[in-house]
Design a protein around this ligand. Sequence first.
Ligand SMILES: [Ca+2]
Length: 435
Amino acid sequence: MKKWMAILLAMLMLLTMVAMPAVAEEDEVFLPDLSFAVSGEGIAGWTGALAADLQTDGASLDGTDYLTFARKVNATTDFIPVQNEPCVFEVFYKASADLGYVIQVYYYDAEKQNLKSGNNNVVDSYPLTQSSVWMKKVITIQKEGAAYFKIWLRNTDAETTVSYASPKLRLQSEGNLLENGDMQGYTEDGEGNITLSGWTVKSTDGGTVAGQRESSGNVYALMTRGTSSYATYMQHAKLSVSPGKTYKLSFRMYGTTKLPNIRVYFYDASNAAAGNNSSNYITLSEISALATPGATAWTEYEAFITAHRGGVEVAYLIINFYCNDETTALDDISLTQTRTNFTFTEAEGNVTVKAHMVAAAPITDESAPVLILCAYEGKKLTDVKMVSGEKADVALTAAGQFSANATVSAPAGTVVKAFAWDGISGLKPLGKATK
Ligand SMILES: [Ca+2]
């Protein structure tokens, strides 16, 4: 290559780099809610399934209704747009016999015509193995050249009964970063003692942490307190996170009227404690305390954690759950990266955290959820902003060392999933992330 050509090429490359935005813009994302709900004679979002197929005895893992097919049937979603990263489809199932080609993903081009390979439709097929307890099937959806896909849940054999529960569609990047967050990984000795995988459990005063199995087959963690509220805990191994990104921690809990003390410890890229306060952790119970624990029913909680602490970019987290009541049952602990982040602006020692929410659907005053943003200096709560309404900008200010978290509170019975958020995401299904 001639020297002038090389220089021209280098200049072109430089120009291209300058022209590219520093941060990739988020494309609009909307994944449908595939959970089973009656809609007239059928099931919303699933063509082919009938209301009569729905079981409402609360015997699915999460107590939601589930579909049972005791006949040959194809339940099919509508066209779902392919996203710019792989989707993950998760569903629990039971089957009275082994079945082949039961769950299928069909792919389509931009004109919604079947994507073809030669004369054949492009389709991914998944078998199910016989199981009388709920098993989880996880499918990654990705196909070159596809613009749309449809998911099929089938029963291919009239002599076989197959049930499907809790179908979910999410982006791959929103997967749970925790190992064994659903507690379904465990070992059991001859006496029925269940040891959970993936969690370090410890007590210095006679407390215990062990797995408990429900009749459905679901296993959860049961913490039993000793004499002190910080002596019995379960801890997840140190996690690698993306500095500056925001993560959603969610979990289910029952059997307690006190929240567990949840501590999240921060470390920088060199593995040193991040932040120069007296401690490098935040206590999430200050956020979760906005809701009252349900002693007799599973209650869901969520809180947001940003990998940024005291002006330091955080690269690792450790999460501890400390038992704070006589017993505390925990399940479905999940840490997922949200698609968008808080915007950090640092000027003259003050930090402003901005969040912006956008309603994806018309809302009423009665149905409006409330976005709650909290700022902390060390562990001291310095500012709280509550926002309710269709669209709002929120600014929080805390001086010096700070951390911030957000949570959403909604009236009982309100479906929050119709909302999309710009600045904070994480509600289900994924909302649209605008610039
Ligand atoms: Ca579980």
